[in-house]
Design a protein around this ligand. Structure first.
Ligand SMILES: CSCCC(=O)C(=O)COP(=O)(O)O
Ligand code: MG
Length: 233
């Protein structure tokens, strides 16, 4: 098998620690959500998020305060709802701009992404975090600005990460056969969906959470041993 042409990577648990997302990013968004909606609630992007959240919840008559409470509940449940993800990205933008947030990226991930890019692999991101949030974590990362490495970004507007159809859409967007794409994730349901769509897969098991056994995806503890070129034969 030849080397993949493109790599699509997940963020949380793959390039970046789960703890950073759960213990830093999510609490930051939760803390600032009500104030952000109160002060930016007239912006069309914010109004759209609030309206989309009400529609998703089937509660079109909710006022802003109740909608914020709904979004906080979704945040606590780690719901991958697009309006919540978009709002989180807007709130984090302020935190990154003020220097209160610095994106966590594992050193091995930054090093290997740079090496793979240098060797001509096309790199993409697919995360439940909004595209804006993806650009922030990689643009303001502890490993420097990694955004020049990426040729494109995908989020929940492409579809849920646990559905094969989302990976088919990504392969069409990249204008590549699915077998030319390697998808990296720590989440077995996501890897199963990508494999079902015909993508190659690699599971990152960084030891932060238990990854269930028996899934059959090649597994790596970090990016150092994950050599996409060595997989070629
Ligand atoms: C863009 S960093 C925040 C990631 C996020 O909001 C999230 O829900 C994690 O999703 P992932 O698909 O990267 O596991
Ligand atoms: Mg993940």
């Amino acid at each position: 098998m030849s080397a993949p042409v493109a790599i699509v990577t997940d963020i949380e648990g793959t390039t970046s620690s789960i703890a950073f997302v759960k213990d830093v990013l999510f609490p930051f968004a939760r803390k600032h959500l009500a104030e952000f909606v109160a002060t930016h609630g007239e912006q069309s992007s914010v109004r759209q998020c609030l309206s989309d959240a009400r529609t998703l919840a089937g509660e079109p008559a909710l006022d802003d305060v109740s909608t914020v409470a709904l979004l906080q509940r979704w945040l606590d449940e780690d719901r991958k709802a697009t309006p919540l993800k978009t709002l989180q990205g807007l709130i984090w933008a302020d935190g990154y701009a003020r220097g209160e947030l610095k994106g966590h990226v594992y050193g091995d991930a930054a090093r290997e992404l740079r090496a793979w890019h240098g060797r001509g692999l096309r790199l993409y991101v697919y995360s439940s975090g909004s595209v804006a949030a993806q650009k922030l974590i990689f643009g303001h990362s502890v490993e420097g600005d990694l955004t020049p490495l990426f040729s494109g970004y995908f989020d929940t507007t492409t579809g849920p990460k646990v559905e094969a159809a989302s990976y088919t859409k990504i392969s069409q967007a990249l204008e590549l056969p699915p077998g030319d794409i390697l998808f990296l994730s720590d989440n077995v349901a996501e890897l199963d969906a990508a494999r079902k769509a015909g993508l190659r897969t690699a599971c990152l098991d960084r030891g932060e959470v238990a990854v269930p056994a028996g899934h059959g995806h090649p597994t790596f503890h970090d990016f150092t041993t994950l050599d996409p070129f060595a997989r070629a034969s």
